[in-house]
Design a protein around this ligand. Structure first.
Ligand code: PNW
Length: 478
């Protein structure tokens, strides 16, 4: 069931923007070129056993060399906006000190190309490629990393500020902190629960310091936000006090650990209580929570699937890991006695349940919790098993009805939230291109454009054509 683009376009307000997103390590390749230094993802992907199939981002989509064609692709699809990330190790190869002009030049070319084609930009400062020397000095669990991040943010604002529409400081700090330092399924692969909480704190601090550094360069009206993978958490049985409390505990370590300091200027008290057996939080200095709190122009939300929980009885063993890698350590530091419920239903190739209404529900709840804060869907999408077919005229095509229907359902869910008065300003599909899907390597395809990783040929899938028609129909209306 796919909604005709014209019908859906009519439900999106004038000024609403439709786009697609990518991230540097997932698409660029050219890891030893242009003066780039090593990142934690180079180290991690080259460590045997960490990535499915032994894949690395060494070549990825070769976007570093093919950026011009990729920018043209975005424009040809008629997208209003494109979200990309800057590789910190291309700008500051050793993590501190010397700035690499070649890196700045690369992003200046890309951003200029987008501007010439009238494509609005959202630039992510940190999509997980931490310069390796900063990890060697302790990584996000140490305070200095937040300070180095702010210096890098100031450099980007000064050098590229004239070309960037909106800045988003961090992509999914929950993933950086808890998959990187607690479950260890992401770089740098550490399994230290207390360090993961310290990482979360220094990511909060880094966000605040970086946003201040950007505004110090560009003025207070510079558009700055942050992107969270805010978890759409709900109790399996809303009438069960145990399930409701499990949902509260997960919301503390999954969501409010970031929205508290960043949007309210304080950690929630129940988070300190729930994690007291893991850390005493002595890494939080007086004034840090206020530093993390800056006015943001919008909140970026990455949404893929809901999280449904129940409370475990005393001594009861959990039945599932909540989709975070069977056998690996839990990323849910401090959330003891929580079990993840996996209801029957349609799932993507990641095993993630497809439930668009959970997105509208989360957007309404964010509106209630943070009235007046504009929201942007910075990522939403799905991996499916794609099949390339050759049409009668020899043209190649990917008829990804499953992905197209995922997009149709979720854009429609955004429209439902807008009907209910939620201020959602934009929607970015994840991803523009099939790319390096982190621990899954090239085995999971999230692109609306197919990439042949042998030839680097790009082929827009039917989902890309549907998004193109949606953007076109929406533009024709205004
Ligand atoms: C997000 N999880 O990653 C990222 O922002 C993208 O880079 C990524 O390709 C996309 O979603 C698809 O996975 C996530 O385990 C990775 O909860 C893992 C999780 C969530 C988001």
């Amino acid at each position: 069931p796919v909604i005709p683009p014209a019908d859906l376009a009519a439900r999106l307000p004038a000024g609403f923007r439709l786009g697609a997103a990518t991230a540097s390590y997932q698409i660029e390749g050219a890891v030893d070129e242009g003066g780039r230094g090593p990142s934690i993802w180079d180290t991690f992907s080259h460590t045997p056993g960490k990535i499915m199939g032994g894949d690395t981002g060494d070549v990825a989509c070769d976007h570093y060399h093919r950026w011009e064609g990729d920018v043209a692709l975005v424009a040809d699809l008629g997208l209003d906006a494109y979200r990309l990330s800057v590789a910190w190790p291309r700008i500051v190869p050793t993590g501190s000190g010397a700035v690499n002009q070649e890196g700045l030049d690369f992003y200046r070319r890309v951003l200029s190309g987008l501007r010439e084609r009238d494509v609005d930009t959202v630039v992510t400062l940190y999509h997980w490629d931490l310069p390796q020397p900063l990890e060697d000095a302790g990584g996000w669990p140490v305070r200095e990393t937040a300070e180095r991040f702010a210096e890098y943010a100031g450099v980007l604002a000064r050098e590229l500020g004239d070309l960037v529409g909106t800045w988003t400081t961090l992509n999914e700090p929950w993933v950086s902190a808890f998959l990187g330092y607690a479950s260890g399924v992401h770089a740098p692969g550490r399994t230290e629960p207390a360090a993961a909480l310290a990482a979360a704190h220094h990511l909060n601090l880094g966000h605040g310091l970086a946003a201040r550094a950007i505004r110090a360069e560009l003025g207070d009206d510079a558009s700055v936000m942050v992107t969270l993978n805010h978890h759409a958490i709900r109790p399996a049985d809303p009438s069960s006090a145990a399930d409701v409390d499990a949902a509260r505990r997960l919301d503390a370590v999954g969501n409010r650990i970031f929205t508290g300091p960043m949007l309210r200027g304080a950690y929630p008290q129940d988070l300190f209580e729930d994690t007291a057996h893991v850390t005493d939080w002595s890494f939080v200095r007086d004034g840090d929570e206020a530093l993390a709190h800056v006015p943001v122009s919008a909140l970026g939300i990455n949404y893929y699937t809901p999280t449904i929980v129940r409370g475990l009885a005393e001594g009861e063993e959990p039945s599932s890991s909540g989709g975070h890698g069977e056998g690996s350590a839990t990323p849910w530091v401090g959330a003891t006695g929580v079990d993840f419920v996996e209801p029957e239903g349609e799932r993507t190739r990641m095993g993630w349940l497809v439930e668009p209404s959970a997105l509208s529900g989360m957007l309404r709840r964010l509106r209630d919790d943070f009235p007046g804060l504009p929201l942007i869907i910075t990522e939403n999408g799905a991996a499916y098993e794609d099949e390339m077919s050759t049409d009668e005229d020899g043209g190649r095509a990917v008829h990804d009805l499953d992905r197209t229907s995922y997009y149709s359902g979720h854009v429609s869910a955004v429209a439902d939230a807008i009907d209910d008065g939620v201020d959602v300003r934009a929607y970015f599909a994840w991803s523009l291109l099939d790319n390096f899907e982190w621990a899954f390597g090239y085995d999971r395809r999230f692109g609306v454009v197919h990439v042949d990783f042998e030839t680097q040929e790009r082929t827009p899938k039917d989902s890309a054509l549907w998004l193109r028609d949606l953007a076109r129909a929406h533009r024709d209306r205004r």
